[in-house]
Design a protein around this ligand. Structure first.
Ligand SMILES: Cc1cc2nc3c(=O)[nH]c(=O)nc-3n(C[C@H](O)[C@H](O)[C@H](O)COP(=O)(O)OP(=O)(O)OC[C@H]3O[C@@H](n4cnc5c(N)ncnc54)[C@H](O)[C@@H]3O)c2cc1C
Length: 456
């Protein structure tokens, strides 16, 4: 074999992974289908440029003291990220956000990769998982059909999820538990697994009307033919089917005694008119998703309407709902802690196909995959970054800490970090800005200690 590592897919993740391997002197083949003789292209990409940003031109907040994605930027810079170096060069004014000229961004990346003597960029579509050799698959949410089929075969029927809807996720500490309560329906099981938000008839009817009137995002042409799976019907589409549909569906109140509404006659509390339930989304218990609330409402509308739910008036959203075609693995069950397919350990995955969400997160997972593959190719022991860092928290989430059953694409956010116990001088829990600062300071110190202790 004339190369050490084969990287398939030259998007955000594959370009970053290729850079990390090549700058360590490894021989890399980077296969990218766009620009091949057949004119292959995904439904969203518009050019043949490497690392094309398919939609917005923003890498989101660059504030590394108070924002999780800004912190991820900074950690990637510490590790010599090509994506971040190109973004810094291609930067356009956008306040505290890092927005870029997308053409300059891609050109910077392509030029830096082309200048690597041990890296070969090949414009070819790959249809099968390679049988042998260190491989990184970074073909993104719109992976070519034949390769997606090959991945499906290797991972088992149904393991490659075709995702069409996501529900919002909320930070646990922003939920008002003086209004909500913990319970499972009919008190089934030994634990009270759900957070329940009660609604009166009046509140329910107003909420139902707001869902129907709320502004929705339009389908892209190529998404229009994607059918909904019945279990993933957007909440507003359900609402349109009739006033009672939600009360007999995800907002069903039966079997849920509200202890805040106890009377001598009902000492355990009464059933509300309707209930919104939240289910734990990560092992730390810091993130909770709203059950059955996948939605195509515009983001600002989601925040406005979902904050009318009793107990969620001050909800902080770790991720908002959305609806688009996507392909991703159930990584918590299929991948090991080094992003390798458990059943075929010569294959590693990187980027959005692992179930991270966003340009920055995809590039970050590409960076990690590149470092891991480089270590493996040179028989060096790998140690993952601490999970108190943005890179470590994201990696831990993907590779086992997220709940496999409800696994959905995830942006970086402070809910993926182990909670911080810090208090102020009065012994009180830190307020939000100070808490965020405490998270980022801990992450920076831990990342530097990790860099100092491992051979990268
Ligand atoms: C329509 C859409 C809009 C999005 N908008 C945003 C946004 O605004 N902001 C944001 O942060 N995130 C957005 N995302 C999510 C995500 O961040 C991007 O998709 C991101 O580009 C993912 O990076 P990636 O490297 O995993 O995949 P990609 O950047 O998509 O790269 C995958 C590469 O693999 C190539 N490829 C695919 N199959 C094959 C094959 N068989 N052989 C060879 N090459 C192959 C593709 O041509 C592509 O170049 C969007 C996603 C989609 C689908």
């Amino acid at each position: 074999m004339e190369y050490d590592i084969h990287i398939i897919g030259g998007g955000l993740a594959g370009s970053e992974a290729a850079w990390q391997c090549a700058r360590r002197g490894l021989k890399v083949r980077l296969s990218e289908m766009r620009g091949d003789a057949a004119g292959d292209r995904s439904p969203a990409h518009q050019t043949d440029a490497l690392a094309e940003m398919v939609c917005s031109n923003s890498l989101r907040s660059d504030d590394h003291t108070a924002n999780a994605v800004g912190l991820l930027h900074q950690e990637m810079r510490e590790l010599g990220s090509l994506v971040m170096a190109a973004a810094d060069k291609a930067r356009v004014p956008a306040g505290s956000a890092l927005a870029v000229d997308r053409d300059v961004f891609s050109a910077e990346i392509e030029a830096a990769l082309a200048a690597q003597p041990t890296l070969t960029i090949v414009r070819e579509r790959v249809d099968q998982l390679p049988d042998a050799g260190l491989t990184i698959i970074s073909t993104g949410p719109l992976t070519g059909e034949a390769l997606a089929g090959s991945i499906g075969e290797a991972t088992g029927a149904g393991a490659l999820a075709f995702f069409d809807a996501i529900a919002p996720i909320i930070h646990r500490d922003s939920i008002d538990m003086s209004v909500c309560w913990m319970a499972s329906r009919w008190d089934k099981g030994e634990t009270k697994d759900y957070i329940n938000c009660p609604m009166t008839q009046e509140q329910y009817e107003a909420f139902h009307a707001a869902l129907i009137a709320g502004e929705k995002t339009e389908f892209k042409e190529w998404e229009a033919n994607t059918p909904y799976f019945d279990g993933c019907m957007p909440i507003e589409v359900m609402a349109e089917r009739g006033i009672e549909t939600l009360r007999f569906g995800p907002m069903k109140p039966v079997g849920l005694d509200n202890p805040h509404d106890a009377t001598p006659e009902f000492p355990n509390g009464r059933w509300p008119y309707a209930v919104v339930q939240l289910r734990q989304d990560n092992k730390l218990g810091t993130l909770w998703n709203i059950v059955g609330f996948q939605t195509k409402l515009r983001h600002a509308e989601q925040i406005r309407i979902f904050r009318t739910i009793p107990g969620l008036e001050n909800a902080e959203f770790a991720r908002l709902g959305g609806l688009h075609r996507n392909t991703f693995l159930n990584s918590p069950t299929l991948l090991d802690r080094q992003l390798r397919l458990k059943s075929h350990p010569h294959i590693r995955f990187a980027g959005q196909i692992t179930g991270c969400e966003g340009y920055v997160e995809s590039a970050a997972v590409g960076l990690l995959a590149g470092l891991m593959a480089s270590a493996e190719a040179t028989s060096r022991e790998w140690q993952s970054p601490p999970r108190t860092t943005a890179l470590g928290g994201l990696l831990a989430h993907i590779t086992g800490d997220a709940e496999a059953e409800t696994y959905q694409p995830m942006n970086i956010n402070f809910g993926l970090f182990p909670p911080i116990a810090a208090t102020n001088t009065n012994g009180k829990k830190l307020r939000k800005p100070d808490r965020k600062l405490a998270y980022t300071q801990r992450a920076k110190a831990d990342l530097l200690a990790w860099i100092g202790s491992v051979a990268l």
